[in-house]
Design a protein around this ligand. Sequence first.
Ligand code: SAM
Ligand code: DTB
Ligand code: SF4
Length: 327
Amino acid sequence: MSVSAAPRTITTAAVTTKVLAVEAHAVEDLLSLPFADLMFRAQQVHRAHFDANAIQRSTLLSVKTGGCSEDCGYCSQSAHHGEAEREKLLDVAEVVAAAQAAKDKGATRFCMGAAWKGPQDKDLAKVGEMVTAVKNLGLETCVTLGMLKEGQAEKLRDAGLDYYNHNLDTAPEFYGQVVTTHSQADRHDTLDRVRDAGLKVCCGGIVGMGETRAARAALIAELANMTPPPDSVPINNLVPMPGTPLENAPPLDPFEFVRTIAAARILMPKSFVRLSAGRQQMSDELQALCFLAGANSIFYGDKLLTSGNPEAAHDEALFERLGLTAI
Ligand code: SAM
Ligand code: DTB
Ligand code: SF4
């Protein structure tokens, strides 16, 4: 089968272009292929665009933890239900020390996350200082600060920011069942601001929240239909956090997770697809299947934002066993 595409019209200042939109039902057909066929297709696409043995590594740091006004049902940092220990905005020196340690271990990108609905201007200035300092270490920089107001993306860009992470998280039709304090349309507004400012876009989602295969397909279609598609696509497997409405969500079939990675790879051939949250709960063999399905980036370092991640030494050993090299 092929992923069918329907023409859609995009109008810029002077030109009207017909582009092919990915339809959710076609992605669902892709997700439903026999596993070996799906993996074969994903590997063909992967190898046409990337070195299939090279993996990019990003390290995360929570620079402001907990107490967030939003009610995202998966998140330990929501003031509505989260149990993560709250911590105010870190000092620039602490962030620089963590970034240097990440670089010494081999990370090439440093991502700073804050539990905000969006940044206040005074906070943004301090995050800007962090970005400049981390960039000066020779690392790529990424921040995820929630929704941005007009002009804020430009300030971050001018501070030396390379990537802004802001996920669509789940299918538009499922979003309201997981988050009620903002809409997915709000998130598109921020993504537009990020792209318009000339920043690179890191945008993906979470699976394993009790969504259907059709919903996973709709999320992948929505990501692939961004123009252009995101530069980095984190695919998170829900880490069930104590106290959150999703703490008892039934775990996703691991093969379904691999299928989601494969569909992301096929439909966003030039994007880095990141095997993101949930790696600590995965076997080495499952992670290897994700790499075979076209994942070519990981979060690297023993902590994500509030939850654990495999030790760097364990990842090094896994890379060695699989003959993977770091980008
Ligand atoms: N507040 C900002 C926001 O919502 O964009 C940035 C931080 S937020 C924690 C970043 C992303 O982490 C979310 O969009 C979600 O995809 C992911 N995430 C949060 N909690 C998670 C969990 N328990 N399991 C898997 N992914 C999670
Ligand atoms: C993303 O897509 N996943 C990262 C990063 N972007 C900011 C965060 C994962 C968080 C997992 C749960 C936690 O550690 O609190
Ligand atoms: Fe968590 Fe971000 Fe939602 Fe706040 S906006 S609750 S930090 S996912």
